[in-house]
Design a binder for this molecule. Structure first.
Ligand code: KIV
Ligand code: NA
Length: 268
């Protein structure tokens, strides 16, 4: 029986050894990533990555719970953090608590994540005071794509800095145990990381952060999406394509199934 990482374990890694994280949406991929990661994020990016949606906006609480359950079953060691989907927490702290409690009770995960800085600080405090560890997420917040007008890097203009720094400070003061910085210019990510007492988890926010997260399917070359901040650590699409092509050729040539893959009749 291996003890799982907790939100407090992650919190205590500030300015220590870098925190390693990837997204996971299914039990088998969670089992593989669990061997090397400190926490696994059941990101609402699953809407785009595995369900073919154009944004994360249509993702539902039911989808997050179903994938959260699968990732919990597949993993043993990593802290599991489940994203709260658009529409499940913005209305009020009470709404957020009700839905975060459902996520925790129905999946057994150790923390939830939600998007927003100053505007969500009161909600983050409300959840933490009632026993729900919260990871915050500032900088580029994809659930707001329809008001942001696209997926754009944040803080490339110094005039944007004060608001983004204020967001990171607000979620820290509200009691978040860590904060994701998404698509944030390198010197701003460094400034925020130096200023706040909780770990910053970067995605497109430079090695100045206290940890990193990537969408697993992106870095495996499975999605064909390669934003600037993604490095291809594998090319699984090529491997899958070759395996499927070989299978199709063998079926067409009646070479698969071969003698090893068929059942003989028991005589006598
Ligand atoms: O949904 C997601 O995968 C995320 C990460 C990109 C941080 O929120
Ligand atoms: Na997300």
């Amino acid at each position: 029986q291996i003890k799982r990482m907790t939100a407090l374990d992650i919190r205590s890694r500030k300015a220590a050894e870098p925190i390693v994280s990837l997204t996971a949406y299914t039990a088998p991929m969670a089992a593989l990533a669990d061997r090397h990661c400190d926490f696994l994020l059941v990101g609402d990016s699953l809407g785009m990555v595995v369900h073919g949606l154009d944004s994360t906006v249509p993702v539902t609480l039911e989808m997050m719970i179903l994938h959260g359950q699968a990732v919990m079953r597949g993993s043993r060691r990593a802290l599991i953090v489940v994203d709260m989907p658009f529409g499940s927490y913005e209305e009020s702290p009470e709404q957020a608590f009700r839905n975060a409690a459902r996520i925790m009770q129905e999946t057994g995960c150790g923390a939830v994540k939600l998007e927003g800085g100053q505007r969500m600080a009161r909600t983050i405090a409300f959840l933490v005071e009632r026993g729900i560890p919260v990871m915050a997420h500032v900088g580029l917040t994809p659930q707001a794509v329809n008001v942001l007008g696209g997926f754009k890097a944040q803080g490339r203009n110094r005039a944007e800095w004060p608001a983004i720094i204020a967001d990171a400070v607000a979620v820290t003061e509200a009691g978040a145990f860590a904060v994701v910085l998404e698509a944030v210019a390198e010197p701003l990510a460094a400034e925020i990381t130096a200023r706040i007492a909780i770990p910053t988890i970067g995605i497109g926010a430079s090695a100045a952060c206290d940890g990193q997260v990537l969408v697993l399917d992106d870095m495996l070359g499975l999605t064909g999406r390669v934003p600037k901040f993604v490095k291809l650590f594998g090319n699984l699409a090529e491997g899958v394509d070759k395996a499927v092509a070989d299978y199709a050729a063998e079926v067409r040539a009646r070479r698969f199934p071969g003698p090893e893959q068929v059942y003989a009749v028991k005589e006598g």
